[in-house]
Design a protein around this ligand. Structure first.
Ligand SMILES: Nc1ncnc2c1ncn2[C@@H]1O[C@H](COP(=O)(O)OP(=O)(O)O)[C@@H](O)[C@H]1O
Ligand SMILES: [Mg+2]
Length: 272
């Protein structure tokens, strides 16, 4: 059992959401009543002042990262104002982000908003993903429209084309005919995936996370790949040994953390 601390604050000083730092310390919001002026948090024995300071530090760190993103992408004309896209519903989530369907310039798009934890603890991966998604252009890769920064709580996300038919895994699971049969659609999906893999490798990029959740299907069943969080440029001068991806689909050399190359992607692919 933790401690129960009672915060009294007026609406202007109260954080809109329980700050991340509280979450990290297993703090749970016990009750909040509108108009909110009393909040109860179950907290570990640390002073409330200390917690609020940590929250400020956390927000400052986040704002710092936002500034880095702006400096990287602004001159490419890729920044999208927060109020330019309107969220309609949640589409899915993965380890690093939640993805929403949204209205942007009268078109339905997908907006991938990174978790704050990922942004603070693995910013390099987020930055890599954004760079890859903005610079790779292929008919089998989800097309990126720009980056969006959320003011409060500070968060960053990618606005991209909506894959209308959703995840390959769901389509295969729902349709026994497609799953069992040697259908035309299956062939189209597999060739689309292979074409994209060839394109990535021609740019010296290794994907390292091929799985049905990361392959999406467009309106006509074309394979569209997303989620470049684990992708890296292949560097033959150093030995790539990182154990990355999802175990079920991994190539043995990646699981064993021994030297591997882009050929590992082919094994992930065959594992589908
Ligand atoms: N462009 C998109 N269109 C439709 N759904 C999407 C799109 N991008 C992501 N999703 C959904 O969101 C899920 C998580 O996205 P993903 O980029 O894989 O996040 P993570 O990096 O956290 O794994 C996907 O598995 C898919 O269901
Ligand atoms: Mg994913």
């Amino acid at each position: 059992m933790g401690w129960v601390a009672r915060f009294e604050a007026n609406k202007d000083t109260l954080p809109k959401h329980p700050p991340q730092i509280f979450m990290d310390m297993h703090v749970s919001l016990i009750s909040s009543i509108a108009p909110i002026n009393h909040l109860f948090y179950k907290v570990k024995p640390v002073t409330c002042r200390g917690l609020l300071q940590s929250q400020d530090e956390h927000e400052n760190k986040m704002r710092n990262k936002m500034a880095q993103l702006i400096s990287q992408f602004e001159n490419k004309g890729l920044m999208i104002e927060e109020n330019e896209s309107k969220i309609v519903k949640k589409l899915g989530h993965g380890a690093s982000a939640k993805v929403y369907k949204a209205d942007y310039q009268n078109e339905m798009v997908a907006v991938k908003m990174y978790n704050q934890t990922i942004l603070t603890q693995d910013f390099v991966s987020c930055m890599n993903e954004m760079k890859f998604m903005c610079s790779l252009h292929h008919e089998n890769i989800v097309q990126v429209k720009g980056l969006v920064l959320q003011e409060s709580p500070p968060k960053a996300g990618v606005v991209m084309a909506l894959a209308k038919k959703g995840e390959l895994g769901d389509v295969l699971y729902k349709s026994r005919k497609i799953r069992r049969g040697g259908s035309e659609l299956k062939f189209k999906i597999a060739t689309g995936m292979a074409k994209r893999l060839k394109y990535l490798h021609s740019w010296n990029v290794i994907y390292r996370d091929i799985k049905p959740e990361n392959v999406l299907l467009g309106e006509n069943g074309e394979a569209l790949w997303t989620d470049f969080g684990y992708s890296r440029y292949i560097d033959y001068s150093v030995c790539m040994t990182g154990e990355t991806g999802s175990y079920r689909y991994m190539a043995p050399e990646v699981i064993r953390s021994v030297k591997y190359s882009e050929k590992a992607d082919v094994l992930y692919f065959r594992g589908q």
